[in-house]
Design a protein around this ligand. Sequence first.
Ligand code: ZN
Length: 114
Amino acid sequence: MHELTIAQELLELIARVAREQGAVGVSSATVEIGELATVDPSALEFAFEAIRPGTPAGACRLLMRSVPLVVRCSRCAAEGRASRELLCCPSCGGRPVEPIAGRELRLVAIEIEE
Ligand SMILES: [Zn+2]
């Protein structure tokens, strides 16, 4: 289960940041998940909650923000939203397009308890 690996990595990262800041605990962590990142938010939340007990993030809520897919067209250079199912230019319908946002999976903020 791929979400479990991601949850473990997130938890390690959160614990490290908490340690560096001298926090007693972490109340929430915000993660951005791009539309193209193949992550199921509910599976990620479930995995995170399953492994957080006993860590500095034991009471940490995972807040997830989805990042829409934005592409740039290689033919007309237009940029805009595209659907994951139909990866083509929003302006001319051309291909290929290059994703410029929507692939990310990153921790953007954590709220610590001091
Ligand atoms: Zn185009």
